[in-house]
Ligand binder design. Structure first.
Ligand code: THU
Length: 132
């Protein structure tokens, strides 16, 4: 699975977005170390605060399937601008996927920026803080 294939799967997932309030569709595709992909799309709610982001749907689905080892997540939207993961998603990705995963952030004109998750959420809170 190369980066373009993972991005294409995120774009395909975006088609399943339920976003009647923002009309902002987001798709995500999370790649495990052994090559499986879990997709997600944002699901909104009239009580806006319980909306769920595409990335977390992908991560939670993978977690339910028992996945523990991940290598990358790709994120897409319809915007011409880059779509970085929100702060809540960064926190969940860090805890469930690890700080070393690659985060593929795309824009609407086919460009990609790749970050290590640890660079998107430095000096983070985690289980290490609870046990220290
Ligand atoms: N959204 C995501 O799915 N992922 C992010 O990282 C940022 C925001 C969604 C939530 C909401 O449905 C819409 O984008 C607008 O905020």
């Amino acid at each position: 699975m190369n980066n373009n294939e993972l991005i294409n799967l995120a774009t395909a997932a975006k088609e399943k977005s339920y976003s009647p309030y923002s009309s902002f569709r987001v798709g995500a595709a999370l790649l495990t170390k052994d090559g499986k992909v879990y997709q997600g799309a944002n699901i909104e709610n009239a009580a806006y605060g319980v909306t769920m982001c595409a990335e977390r749907i992908a991560v939670f689905t993978a977690k339910l399937e028992g996945e523990t080892e991940f290598s990358a997540i790709a994120i897409t939207s319809d915007s011409k601008d880059y779509i970085p993961p929100c702060g809540s998603c960064r926190q969940v990705l860090l805890e469930l996927c690890g700080e070393e995963i690659d985060v593929l952030i795309t824009n609407g004109i086919g460009e990609v920026k790749i970050f290590k998750l640890k660079d998107l959420l430095p000096f983070s809170f985690g289980d290490k803080n609870l046990n220290g």
